[in-house]
Design a protein around this ligand. Structure first.
Ligand code: SF4
Length: 481
């Protein structure tokens, strides 16, 4: 057991230390301390309250949280080689808005730093404060050959950085947590098993098979925790207004009662290429397998089952759902009932086979029916958008945009989408010209005049930029996300 002089709350004390001069901690993470080396009685202070005896003569309270009381005075200079870094991080609510405070003292140099970090947890704030403190220390003492002593009141940070604790997985990170201090609008998102940081870009493009060239018609960029529905709701009026949108192909997440309402308002038919939610059992019947008759207000009036039995639909007694009662004499001999695959079931006191459903379930059933119908027709115009996304991201190394901030991201995405459109128009016109030349050569035979050279992309771009018509022409198409 080695006792070494240290400072505790401004008093010189003796502390049990290891060979490296660090306090020996007990199972509860406490150090052993005596006021005199000869004392038989020892105390168990928190290690962060112990300062080296060469530390500046400062009351050795740990840095306080801003709400704990008046701000603590830190020394303006420190003796010896050691760089002292006091750090504290806190949040209001956990998680909540986070902030940090850092004081770095290296000899007669001193720097204070305070920063708002966005939303997050106390642990994130404490660790960020230490990181920022070390960054400031390395700026203050660029040579980097001086020992750095970090003071923190976070047992999590101390355990993690000096006692081999394992860091928690990022479960405590909120979607809106700040990802980079240089990019305050970037966010974090977990989608399936993958996690993403930064922004989401949403592209719309024409996908009418009758169009000779398909063009990107809208680019939206938002923090990547933005709901897909909000992107669609924002884009819909503009797309309808500019392009006369009639049918919209989207994938599963662009759905919900608010989306249905907006689609109805703008008279746009939506066809999804996937539906989110549970995976359906192919051996069972679902509401989507029944034909739902509706009146002009969208209220269900009758239901026709796959066996051809059509019955009226009524509002349930509590008025929260709809119900349809099927004839038991037909149902009892129905192969779907015998295979236990029909959702219409008899009650304890009721002989009829009843199927209940809500308005939301009816909307999902409609979407599912339209998706099936589209698949039967062999249509999936949305599939091209995956290639378009790659095309727009292609110019950037590893698909990552070399800028920060929502505004710059948006500018770059819009520019890249515009260039994609220009490239497509160029290819289209070049194909047209080639076909015309081939046709002319075939008509004129071997005495044909020498052919014109292809128009380079640069010349084409110049010509296009000087032609206002190319930008104002209305595309003859419907659109998809
Ligand atoms: S069990 Fe009844 S409701 Fe279900 S499919 Fe057969 S006939 Fe139609």
């Amino acid at each position: 057991m080695t006792w070494s002089r240290m400072s505790f709350k401004g008093q010189s004390v003796w502390v049990n230390v290891d060979d490296g001069g660090r306090p020996v901690l007990d199972s509860q993470g406490r150090a052993e301390m005596k006021y005199r080396e000869s004392d038989s009685r020892s105390y168990r202070p928190a290690p962060q309250n112990l300062l080296p005896s060469d530390a500046p003569a400062e009351p050795a309270h740990s840095p306080r949280r801003p709400t704990d009381g008046p701000a603590r005075k830190f020394p303006s200079h420190a003796s010896g080689d050691t760089v002292h870094v006091w750090t504290d991080g806190a949040c209001s609510g956990n998680p909540g808005p986070m902030g940090i405070g850092v004081v770095v003292v290296a000899g007669d140099k001193r720097k204070e730093h305070g920063e708002y970090l966005g939303r997050g947890t106390n642990n994130i704030a404490e660790l960020t404060a230490i990181r920022r403190g070390l960054e400031i220390a390395s700026e203050l003492v660029p040579a980097g050959d001086r020992p750095i002593r970090v003071y923190s009141d976070s047992s999590y940070a101390i355990g993690l950085l000096s006692q081999g604790w394992k860091a928690k997985a990022n479960q405590e990170l909120e979607a809106s947590c700040l990802q980079s201090c240089d990019d305050l609008e970037a966010t974090y998102r977990k989608k399936g098993v993958r996690t993403y940081q930064g922004y989401v870009a949403n592209l719309s493009e024409t996908c009418d098979p009758e169009n000779e060239v398909q063009l990107i018609t809208k680019v939206q960029v938002a923090p990547n925790n933005t709901n897909d529905n909000s992107l669609l709701l924002e884009a819909l009026p503009d797309l309808k207004d500019r392009t006369g949108l009639e049918t919209l192909y989207t994938d599963g997440p662009y759905a919900g009662p608010d989306v249905d309402q907006a689609l109805q308002k703008h008279q746009v038919e939506q066809i999804q290429t996937g539906i989110t939610g549970k995976i359906l059992d192919p051996n069972k019947l679902y509401l989507a397998d029944f034909e739902i008759g509706q009146d002009e207000l969208g209220v269900p009036t009758h239901l026709t089952c796959p066996q051809g039995q059509s019955v009226p639909v009524e509002l349930s007694r509590r008025g929260r759902s709809y119900q349809a009662d099927f004839d038991p004499t037909v149902c009892l001999t129905c192969p779907f009932h015998l295979a236990e695959s029909c959702p219409a079931q008899p009650g304890k006191k009721r002989a009829s086979f009843r199927l209940r459903f809500t308005s939301d379930q009816m909307a999902v059933a409609h979407r599912r029916r339209k998706m099936r119908q589209s698949k039967l027709e062999g249509k999936n115009p949305r599939s091209a958008i995956e290639g378009t996304v790659r095309e727009v991201k292609h110019p950037f190394p590893a698909g990552k945009l070399p800028v920060r901030g929502l505004f710059r991201m948006t500018c770059l995405m819009v520019t890249s989408a515009a260039m994609t459109n220009v490239r497509r128009i160029h290819h289209y016109w070049e194909d047209k010209r080639k076909q015309a030349r081939q046709k002319m050569a075939a008509e004129q035979g071997p005495n044909a005049a020498p052919q014109q050279q292809d128009l380079s992309f640069a010349s084409f771009l110049k010509a296009l930029l000087t032609s206002r018509r190319a930008f104002t022409a209305r595309p003859n198409a419907y659109l998809g996300f």
